[in-house]
Design a protein around this ligand. Sequence first.
Ligand code: CP
Length: 302
Amino acid sequence: MKNRSLVSINDFTKEEILKIVRLAAEFEANPNQDLLKHKVIGSLFFEPSTRTRLSFETAISRLGGRVVGFSDSSSSSTSKGETLKDTIRMVSNYTDLIVMRHPMDGSARYAAEQSRVPIINAGDGSNQHPTQTLLDLYSIKKTQGTLENLNIFMVGDLKYGRTVHSLVQAMSHFNPVFNFIAPEELRIPEEYRLWLQSKGIKFYEHNEFTDIISRADILYMTRVQRERFVDPIEYEKVKNVYILKNAMLSNTKDNLRILHPLPRVNEINCDVDANPKAYYFQQAENGVYARMAVICFILGLV
Ligand code: CP
């Protein structure tokens, strides 16, 4: 596959998703290769990031490539009023591929339409975060041995959580049962509920999670994202609505693994970190291998 952008997880078929998961395992076994030698990758982050940006840059560096770009758009000509369209046109003249994070829903699709080179969406507003999903799938496969027929519990901000939206759609290939736990204000949007219904995927919605997580294979915790709220009072009302504590894990399944895209604020108590079921830091490491796989796949190198 050459010159194809990854904007939404639905841009990849089930077979392509499984190929990325297989490739991630190969890159984890052999991460130091020269596949990106002489390649220049644009890294345009219009919104803050630690894991996504640094794991992309690590992946590129370990594969012998170079990175140009910015981690703060105030240091770019965006601050002088340059449009996203012009920025993408320019950077696509300099690079082989562009990784972009932007606060506006739909910006990645728009960028892909303007670009001469493939765009990888590193998160656009509350819409999609497809490379997070690929590393989540790799993490699920590694810890469960399969992606099929799992009980997935998702907790927190399911309305604005782009990682949730992408993962729900990707897991729909694998016959999961979803349990969504969110306050009314942060319920998973109707478009995703309709999506699941159209695929015949079972899902249940709850307000509390203490008594039901004993059935989970994957507990996917998320942060209530202050930056997505227009009204700070609304954020204050829901910011600490769910807090996972170690004592709550005593009756859970042996194979349960706790995932979180990170960063966390208060939603996972630090006493969970030492529990063998906590997997979020390994999950973040898996991002390097999944992103190696995505870049090389999109550039037609594997
Ligand atoms: N998971 C994730 O997107 O983290 P960052 O915001 O730190 O990139």
